[in-house]
Design a protein around this ligand. Structure first.
Ligand SMILES: NC(=O)c1ccc[n+]([C@@H]2O[C@H](COP(=O)([O-])OP(=O)(O)OC[C@H]3O[C@@H](n4cnc5c(N)ncnc54)[C@H](OP(=O)(O)O)[C@@H]3O)[C@@H](O)[C@H]2O)c1
Length: 335
């Protein structure tokens, strides 16, 4: 009988996840029932947002709380290798919200985005620049922030999966683009490789707000936030009148008591536009986003950096690395 490997939630992470929170389990692959499909997963995408559902009782409208001992929910890229579901045929390539497993069985009711059967780019790109994170950068910049050459754009989590693409898209508009990162090395890298104009390193100065002010002496017109909490607070205090802010994520508050900015009244006094968004609600526009981002890859206008580990045994470690900031660009594991 064919065997499959699953990464299960062995214990609930305390703050940032560590590799020991996860365990690999081997089991027999069950036979398909009527209406089900079997997907052989080739890549697992590691996404900060899924940390939210690892706490007890954390279920919400998006996902139920993960149960101890169950495979960890996450995005995968795979190929249908058997199907008793009329909607999916053998050979279909999928990007889907399944779990950290070598094989997934689905009745088709999961969140599934179809990919072209023949992939033009390295498959990992469909998890990163052409996946949920790249499309988050695209929708945040194109639909909400719309930067121009006159703007100063600030991006938090600037060297991560979303931030690495958001920074490049903002630079293409001619704006001045400044990134917030966790280390001097990453700060140098976002300038050298992604084209950011300047980096602000978290913790380098007693006051993040002052450090942003030094890097953005004329204030911030546009803020793309992946971090939330104290970072959001420091950004708000630097926003110009009628600035725009897109709230994409708040990684500083995942799985830990979230810090609430104390200066929200500045949204009123500065007449700021603030909009949160979830990329999966724009599922009907994935083809448009993927094509626009693909064009950037084809022309060389976009680079898609990634932090790739190999093998199902490395998934837990890769997830820990993401929260520790060891990733430059998109974090994926190839199975
Ligand atoms: N709205 C949506 O539809 C959507 C979709 C995808 C992702 N997201 C959000 O986008 C954000 C980025 O997600 P991702 O999966 O692409 O991760 P990522 O940016 O590739 O990695 C997370 C990065 O966040 C930084 N970080 C970690 N802990 C931090 C803290 N306490 N304070 C400040 N920075 C911290 C680290 O970089 P440093 O080296 O800079 O510390 C780390 O590399 C997340 O908030 C995620 O929830 C939203």
């Amino acid at each position: 009988m064919t065997q499959m490997k699953s990464v299960v939630l062995a214990r609930r992470p305390n703050g940032n996840p560590v590799a020991e929170d996860f365990q690999v389990q081997v089991s027999d692959l069950p036979s398909l029932k009527e209406g089900e499909l079997l997907c052989r997963n080739h890549f697992v995408s590691l996404d900060a947002g899924f940390r939210n559902w690892m706490n007890e009782g954390s279920g919400d409208a998006v996902l139920p709380a993960m149960e101890l001992g169950d495979p960890v929910a996450g995005l995968v890229l795979g190929e249908v290798i058997e199907s008793l579901n009329t909607e999916y045929a053998v050979g279909d390539m999928l990007m889907a919200r399944f779990a950290w497993q070598t094989h997934s069985i689905s009745d088709g009711s999961d969140f599934i985005a179809r990919l072209p059967n023949t992939l033009e780019f390295d498959p990992a790109a469909y998890m990163g620049v052409l996946g949920d994170t790249g499309m988050s950068a695209y929708f945040g910049m194109k639909d909400i922030l719309k930067p121009t050459a006159e703007d100063c754009v600030l991006i938090s989590g600037a060297g991560g999966a979303v931030g690495s693409i958001a920074g490049q898209l903002a630079k293409k508009t001619g704006a001045r683009v400044v990134g917030l990162v966790g280390s001097a090395d990453k700060g140098q890298w976002i300038c050298d490789v992604l084209g950011y104009d300047a980096a602000v390193v978290r913790g380098d100065s007693d006051s993040l707000a002052e450090a942003i002010k030094t890097a953005c002496p004329n204030g911030v017109d546009v803020f793309f936030d992946n971090v939330g909490g104290a970072t959001l607070e420091a950004a708000i205090s630097n926003m110009n009148h009628r600035g725009r802010m897109a709230l994409c994520g708040a990684v500083s508050g995942y799985g830990v008591p979230a810090y609430g900015p104390s200066n929200l009244f500045e949204i009123v006094t500065k007449e700021l536009q603030v909009e949160g968004f979830m990329t999966h609600f724009r599922h009907d526009r994935y083809d448009e986003a993927r094509e626009a981002l693909s064009e950037g890859l084809r022309s060389g206008a976009l680079v898609s950096p990634e932090y790739r580990l190999q093998g199902v045994d490395q998934i837990g470690q890769a997830y820990a690395d993401l929260f520790a900031g060891r990733n430059y660009g998109k974090t994926v594991v190839e199975l």
